[in-house]
Design a protein around this ligand. Structure first.
Ligand SMILES: [Zn+2]
Ligand SMILES: [Zn+2]
Length: 261
């Protein structure tokens, strides 16, 4: 399993991309930045987007990815595939109603035609595993103000977990603890400890509450932990507070990272 970090920040600034991870060149976990971070040739390889939730920082580049893809499909429909967006039905409904609604952006589930769309929507259910390009992927509900799921990736001999945006939660750690060979975790760490109340009400973690979550893991201290969704303007403070928690095998993701399992 190869996970390329396209964007890993909870805010957009020059040089800091919003959340998106590219798995095995063809699967995106969230779509905050793929058109900023991938060449057109790399974008063409994307077959699937697994969408944790519909906050703008996770869906923004669905718009531009579809736009780039549609031109080629209109030119010759055999040269590129449609992109399937997998998410909870409630999230797909929100996308259609509020984003791909022909007001904010064209409805690329109908372009170039309903039978041959640029984007296909596929409803998934929590804890029901689906398969995409040889990888087993399971959505797990987490704690955020809108419906949101993390994702467990399973390639058979190894598993990897992405928490998505979340505050304190339990179910995802129970599932993590049930995996035979969990190899790593990407977890929310958005705010500095001074903003704990904001983190709690907005469904995010601080270094302190992130550390509390990790203590629910049986493999605490044994597997790599990667932080994402840091607010870039307070990155240095978050970094210092994370170091103070003294958690083994933990580091903040950066955009040049490529994780291999
Ligand atoms: Zn969010
Ligand atoms: Zn977010």
């Amino acid at each position: 399993m190869k996970i390329k970090i396209l964007g890993c920040y909870g805010g957009q600034l020059l040089g800091f991309h919003l959340t998106s991870f590219l798995v095995n060149d063809t699967i995106l976990l969230d779509a905050g930045s793929p058109t900023e971070a991938l060449t057109l040739e790399e974008q063409e390889k994307v077959n699937h987007i697994f969408l944790s939730h519909t906050h703008l920082d996770h869906i923004k580049d669905i718009a531009f990815l579809a736009d780039n893809r549609s031109l080629k499909r209109m030119g010759n429909k055999n040269t590129s595939n449609s992109i399937t967006i997998h998410s909870l039905q409630v999230n797909l409904d929100t996308l259609k109603e509020h984003f791909l609604n022909d007001h904010i952006w064209p409805d690329f589930t109908m372009i170039p035609s309903k039978d041959n769309p640029t984007l296909s929507l596929h409803s998934i259910e929590p804890e029901k595993t689906v398969e995409a390009d040889g990888l087993k992927i399971t959505a797990i509900e987490v704690n955020h103000p809108v419906p949101c799921t993390g994702f467990l990736l399973d390639q058979g001999d190894a598993q990897f977990l992405y928490s998505a945006d979340t505050g304190a939660t339990d179910r995802i750690w129970e599932i993590a603890n049930a995996q035979p060979n969990l190899q790593g975790i990407i977890i929310d760490c958005s705010f500095t400890n001074a903003y704990q109340r904001l983190a709690d009400v907005s469904g995010h973690l601080t270094p302190k509450s992130m550390a509390n979550e990790l203590r629910k893991l049986d493999k605490y201290g044994e597997i790599p932990i990667y932080l994402y969704h840091m607010k870039p303007e307070t990155l240095n403070i978050i970094q210092a507070e994370v170091v103070a928690e003294d958690i083994p095998h933990l580091r903040m993701l950066t955009q040049v990272d490529e994780l291999l399992f």
